[in-house]
Ligand binder design. Structure first.
Ligand code: AMP
Length: 571
């Protein structure tokens, strides 16, 4: 496919607010792409040239990309820089200065150059990257240049989520949405959109034969939530409750030669947890994949520390001082693979038995504390014990539940306290917009428009405006750093909103938010499609708790979860 056709497709996608139309456009394009091109196009659609776990990222500095543009457009660098300051968007600038050219660039060619640029590192790489980009741009017309520059700087934001791409693959190659779960399964097992695309194109059999691979992250299973112990027992019956540790979830792979550790966002965090990996060394007789919560503990008292302490280890260079001040202990709760056997499809009861036989506790390594509970009072008592041990609550697990990659099934239910008609649990909400502050907060963000995730539509639906709990330091320093690069000129296509904030953002950043209760409101869109009457759910008295950098937008609280909380609350 010519890159110009691909660029035109992206423009059409940006311009349509309809998800169905986006899926149709993508499916049509996938049908035209060759087996070599399709996986590359899928990666480009996600704004990348390699899956996140590879660590290969696009993200050239704008100023460097602008220099390459100046060379390709044959303009003085100073002029390009001045115009960039004026327009503020390198892609739009490129579209305005590149002359129309006959389309010759192909999708593969552009992808290969971008991959080459992303991979190049070390001495002299900056100059080489610039030269490669300038050479590519020399063949690009306005539309092509716009997409290339947005991609290479890591700013191609289409508002097309992975769920939409997977759906489009089912439409393009397998006859429609009925096969989307099969495509999703392949994706959740491999975390690799390129491989999933190739397999979808090859057909159903290729998708069915996907297996997990030690070394490649499996999309993590997520927990549902319910507000009371009674509701959980009603749902699960007798089940296993485990302490809910408040640290960082890690999936650790030992392939026989080396460790790899992945975060919940499927990023490689091997270098961040050397002490945890050392503690797992005695287990390395066979390849394995385990999941654990890595928790910081107080070196003096041994007491478990809350999640915020994990952030102290998110530094470029972990020093021995940091490791000593914020030591970590791993509480292992899952075994997905052992010595050639995939265990995902075994019932929880059997996985847990294999895990217990496999793990020997030590100072830095333990099994998650688990207990069989038969009724609500027993669950309540175990919950109280969990809290007294410095954890966040419990995760309740169905005894016959399989490990469902990437799913928020009902076989794991988290419980962080009795609700008593109001919300004592927190929600994880995505920032989709902001209003400017007034008075003391003039010139900074003042409040935010927050949304839940609707996985069925791959859309973000608003649920509250949030200002309380945010300090001036958050508003002036931390949040602009996070949010300014995500600003959008218009409402993103994947945000459903009635309110009109001063600024829109690409849904990306997740805040944990406490609130008192859920009410119906015409101002918000969360669940409005289900509840009808143009009224969605809204939070009363929301309060910022913390920034969750371990969660991506699709890990946020879902529409389904808030609907269930609302209905249970009203009973
Ligand atoms: P939440 O982050 O509130 O959605 O709760 C789910 C998270 O709890 C998981 O992603 C894990 O990081 C964490 N967690 C802590 N302890 C456990 C456990 N015993 N089993 C499963 N997840 C746990």
């Amino acid at each position: 496919m010519l890159f110009q056709e691909f660029a035109a497709l992206l423009r059409a996608i940006e311009e349509t607010p309809s998800r169905l139309r986006t899926v149709a456009l993508l499916a049509q394009a996938f049908r035209q792409l060759s087996p070599e091109e399709a996986p590359k196009a899928a990666l480009l659609l996600t704004g990348s040239v390699a899956p996140p776990f590879t660590g290969i990222e696009l993200g050239m500095a704008e100023i460097e990309a602008a220099k390459a543009l100046a060379v390709a457009a044959n303009l003085p660098e100073a002029e390009v820089r001045a115009r960039l300051l004026q327009i503020g968007d390198l892609g739009a600038l490129a579209a305005s200065i590149m002359p129309p050219r006959p389309a010759t660039l192909r999708v593969s060619e552009v992808f290969d150059t971008l991959l080459h640029i992303a991979r190049d590192a070390g001495p002299g790489s900056q100059g080489r990257k610039r030269a490669a980009l300038a050479a590519l741009l020399a063949h690009a017309g306005p539309d092509e240049a716009r997409v290339i520059l947005r991609s290479v700087t890591g700013k191609l934001r289409l508002g097309v989520g992975e769920a939409t791409i997977l759906d489009a693959l089912a439409h393009a190659y397998l006859g429609g949405s009925a096969k989307t779960p099969l495509v999703e399964r392949a994706y959740f097992l491999t975390s690799d959109i390129a491989e999933t695309t190739s397999r979808a194109q090859a057909g159903e059999e290729a998708l069915r034969s996907v297996r997990i691979e030690v070394g490649k992250p499996v999309r993590m299973m997520l927990a549902e939530r319910l507000p009371t112990a009674a509701a959980i027992v009603e749902e699960l019956g007798p089940h296993a409750a485990e302490y809910k540790y408040d640290g960082e979830r890690v999936q650790i792979h030992w392939d026989g030669h080396r460790f790899r550790a992945y975060s919940r966002r499927i990023e490689d965090i091997t270098h961040q947890i050397p002490d945890v990996l050392e503690a797992l060394q005695p287990l390395t007789t066979h390849p394995f994949i385990v999941e654990a919560e890595a928790v910081v503990f107080d070196p003096a008292s041994g007491a478990l520390q809350p999640f915020q302490q994990v952030l102290n280890r998110r530094v470029r260079r972990l020093t021995t001082e940091i490791l000593a001040a914020y030591p970590m202990k791993a509480f292992v709760f899952e075994l997905l693979h052992l010595a050639g056997d995939d265990l995902l499809d075994l019932p929880y009861r059997e996985r847990r038995a294999r895990l217990e036989a496999f793990v020997t506790s030590s100072e830095r390594l333990a099994l998650s504390t688990a207990s069989l509970v038969n009724d609500a009072p027993a669950l309540q008592a175990f919950f109280a014990e969990a809290i007294s041990q410095g954890t966040e609550g419990v995760v309740c697990k169905a005894l016959d539940g399989r490990y469902q990659p990437g799913q928020r099934g009902t076989s794991w239910i988290k419980y962080k306290g009795p609700a008593g008609g109001s919300l004592t649990d927190t929600l994880d909400l995505v920032v989709v917009g902001a209003w400017w502050g007034r008075g003391r907060r003039a010139g900074a963000y003042g409040s935010f428009l927050m949304a839940v995730y609707n996985p069925e539509d791959d859309r973000f639906e608003t649920i509250t405006r949030l200002g309380a709990g945010l300090t001036d330091q958050h508003l002036r320093e931390q949040l602009p750093r996070l949010l300014d690069p995500l600003r959008q000129p218009q409402q993103p296509a994947n945000v459903v909103a009635t309110l009109r904030p001063d600024v829109w953002f690409v849904p990306s950043i997740v805040f944990e938010v406490q609130a008192q209760e859920l009410t119906r409101s015409p101002m918000h869109t969360a669940g409005a499609g289900v509840l009808g009457n143009h009224r969605g759910l809204a939070l009363r008295f929301p309060r910022f708790v913390r920034y969750r950098d371990d969660k991506g937008p699709t890990d946020a609280t879902t529409t389904g979860e808030v609907l269930r909380l609302f209905r249970r609350g009203g009973e």
